[in-house]
Design a binder for this molecule. Structure first.
Ligand SMILES: C[S@@+](CC[C@H](N)C(=O)[O-])C[C@H]1O[C@@H](n2cnc3c(N)ncnc32)[C@H](O)[C@@H]1O
Length: 163
């Protein structure tokens, strides 16, 4: 059902399945994407109709790979995909969003606050700048760079031997 006054499409059945009782937060996030996310240029206006399946659910399904209480860094979060989505689905995770563009980190900080995601922090900068400063067992990224380049940015953020 589409909520009165909402711009985002109603959540798909798969969204209800993957988010469970966290669905209201996912709906609030979809609404942010469809409104200020588009106004601030974080997502294209043509994406609104595909918000749930192409973006939100597509990212959320990854949560099943993450053990309870995992620490995760998301490189190049943009509008929070996939890092913010994982944090919405999994309040037990500790998620750090790394994003170099100030306009995007500003939007992410507002979204984190509005959605009440106290287990998420937003760091502005390029992933390479955090090498040697932080290590976590899991690093995520979507549509950020070619795999070889991305591997070079992610590997220093992972403990030795991590796959
Ligand atoms: C195409 S967008 C993808 C955003 C989001 N991950 C998604 O799937 O919608 C690529 C993002 O990577 C960020 N980025 C580019 N180079 C980066 C780097 N070296 N470290 C971290 N983020 C980077 C950009 O600022 C941009 O927000």
């Amino acid at each position: 059902m589409k909520h009165e006054g909402s711009i985002a499409p109603a959540p798909s059945r798969s969204a209800s399945e993957v988010f469970g009782d966290r669905l209201p937060i996912a709906i609030a996030y979809a609404e942010l994407l469809a409104t200020t996310g588009i106004e601030h240029g974080l997502i294209g206006p043509r994406e609104t109709a595909k918000l749930w399946d192409r973006h939100i659910v597509n990212c959320a399904v990854m949560e099943s790979l993450l053990p309870h209480l995992s620490k995760v860094i998301d490189i190049g979060s943009g509008a929070g995909l996939p890092g913010l989505v994982l944090a919405i689905a999994r309040p037990d995770l500790q998620v750090t969003l790394i994003e170099p563009l100030q306009r995007r980190t500003n939007w992410l900080e507002v979204a984190v606050k509005e959605l009440g995601l106290s287990h998420v922090r937003v760091w502005r900068g390029r992933a390479e700048e955090f090498a040697g400063r932080v290590q976590v067992p899991y690093v995520t990224a979507r549509a950020v760079a070619r795999l070889d380049k991305l591997y070079g940015w992610a590997a220093p953020l992972l403990p030795e031997g991590a796959s």
